[in-house]
Design a protein around this ligand. Structure first.
Ligand SMILES: Nc1ncnc2c1ncn2[C@@H]1O[C@H](COP(=O)(O)OP(=O)(O)OP(=O)(O)O)[C@@H](O)[C@H]1O
Ligand SMILES: [Mg+2]
Length: 470
């Protein structure tokens, strides 16, 4: 008591408030509970059953108040016991003012720091727990070190159920998916992974399959706490919608394909009928009329004959024009290049524009459907160049590179703003969109490069494997 009073005097002289002196462990615990104090100076040897180290342990259960030991005992065993309670300081008797002052100041300073740290930890924990994604930290041995409560909502497991466990041992992943995750982590370590995003199917505790997207960061602390921070999001619904959309697109593409196929068939049928029946008939009649012995006819009949011959000639010409677009495809055995040559000569005979064909390769035999579409694309591109471009130099280039057939239709005409026509659907202009649609239908792509006054290039590419006859 005398020593305690002496210390109290000295503390007051150093500028601290008087404080309270208690004599047993139990009363010390009770005093801390009143929350009136900033620091405890704890003697190790106390009256009663509880010594200073036990009292410290009891206080630490409910309070983070800094505790500094005061003692004359410095034997190893006591020190070891005291150390385990992580005291903020340790002052040996006899006590000098300087030691008392510095130890108390450092203890108070440390206590403030710890408090700040605890607060910021609490703040981070709140954020960690309140985000809408699962956040999980997995160490280098694959052990789950931290995870937020969101994991329960999505996977059905509480954090307690999975913390400290190897993620590979959880029944979350099917075999292939698990390999994928391990590979993903390995790639991140090796620095070979470009994407830190991975998409996986996960089986929840309830046996439901959910699709997740994990964004992984490989964290290198160099203090043995390296690992992978994963932010996991449920994308099942989005994925389902995407899949449905893809299915829908596929269905719609199939339908367009069918429509185009039957359109082509119909056109070919009509063209053949016109060519083989109608035109042949007209040609026969023309032949007959021309062979008539005109001298034996009277003047009005001769004039009538002449008129009829002209009419039939014009009808034949009209009929030929009608089927000219179909003509290059009437023969299904014709190769792509001869078919293109036909198209070009037809265009020349109809519109009088010269078109140059540049082809430096042998094109393999193509599926009829692919060939029809490529020809139609070229026909439309040529017609556009003739109708709109006001150009005299049109070139069709065909070449094969790395198993891809490239078809370019180039003109040096007036050009146009492509974006305008490609964004306007449902207008009376269908050519460009139909070309693109046709290219897509046979597994290719089609782009149009044009600017006012800079000519136009229609560029189509078709992987040979999707258009080649099998
Ligand atoms: N080679 C070109 N040079 C200049 N303008 C072009 C060229 N190709 C297309 N255009 C412009 O783009 C527009 C859209 O072309 P698109 O082929 O889609 O329709 P269209 O030719 O007007 O009608 P259609 O539906 O009969 O093809 C054209 O009206 C024209 O203004
Ligand atoms: Mg057009």
């Amino acid at each position: 008591m005398i020593v305690a009073k002496d210390i109290q005097q000295r503390l007051m002289a150093l500028g601290y408030a008087a404080g309270k002196i208690v004599q047993t462990g139990q009363t010390a615990v009770a005093a801390v509970k009143t929350r009136k104090f900033d620091l405890v100076l704890m003697d190790i040897r106390l009256q009663g059953s509880m010594d200073g180290i036990e009292a410290t342990r009891a206080i630490q259960k409910f309070s983070s108040i800094p505790i500094v030991y005061l003692t004359a005992y410095a034997d190893q065993k006591t020190l070891r016991r005291a150390k385990l309670t992580e005291p903020f300081g340790y002052i040996l008797k006899p006590i000098d003012d300087a030691a008392l002052h510095t130890t108390i100041e450092i203890a108070l300073y440390k206590a403030t720091m710890y408090e700040q740290l605890r607060q910021s930890e609490r703040r981070f924990r709140e954020i960690f727990e309140s985000v809408n994604d699962i956040i999980v930290f997995i160490d280098m041995n694959g052990v789950i070190r931290d995870v937020n409560r969101k994991v329960k909502d999505l996977f059905g497991y509480s954090p307690q159920e999975i913390l400290g466990k190897q993620f590979t041992k959880l029944p979350l992943f099917h075999g292939k998916q698990l390999l994928q995750v391990v590979k993903h982590f390995n790639n991140m370590i090796a620095g070979t992974s470009k994407a830190d995003l991975i998409e996986l199917e996960v089986c929840t505790k309830q046996g439901k399959t959910v699709i997740i997207e994990a964004n992984t960061t490989y964290i290198r602390n160099h203090d043995g706490r390296d690992g992978f921070l994963n932010i996991i999001r449920d994308i099942t619904e989005k994925k389902m919608v995407d899949r449905e959309l893809v299915q829908e697109q596929k269905r719609s593409r199939e339908l367009t394909k069918k429509i185009i196929s039957s359109q082509e068939e119909e056109r070919l049928f009509l063209a053949s009928e016109i060519h083989d029946e109608l035109l042949q008939g007209l040609v026969a009649i023309l032949y007959f009329l021309q062979k008539l012995e005109l001298s034996k006819l009277d003047e009005p009949t001769r004039a009538r004959n002449k008129q009829l011959v002209e009419m039939i000639k014009s009808s034949i010409q009209h009929g030929r024009a009608l089927i000219s677009d179909i003509e290059p495809l009437r023969n299904s055995h014709i190769g792509l290049i001869p078919a293109i040559k036909n198209v070009i000569s037809q265009r020349y005979s109809l519109l009088g524009t010269k078109v140059e064909l540049k082809c430096s390769c042998a094109v393999p035999e193509l599926e009829q459907f692919a060939k029809v579409n490529i020809i139609r694309i070229i026909q439309e591109a040529l017609l556009n160049a003739q109708k709109h471009a006001e150009s005299d130099a049109i070139i069709v280039k065909i070449h094969i590179q790395k198993n891809v057939l490239n078809v370019d239709v180039v003109d040096d005409g007036i050009g146009f703003h492509t974006a305008v026509y490609l964004s306007l659907r449902n207008t009376e202009h269908h050519g460009l969109l139909t070309m693109q649609e046709r290219a897509k239908l046979i597994g290719g792509t089609l782009t149009i490069k044009s600017k006012p006054n800079e000519g136009t290039i229609v560029k189509a590419t078709f992987p040979l494997e999707s258009i080649k006859k099998t």
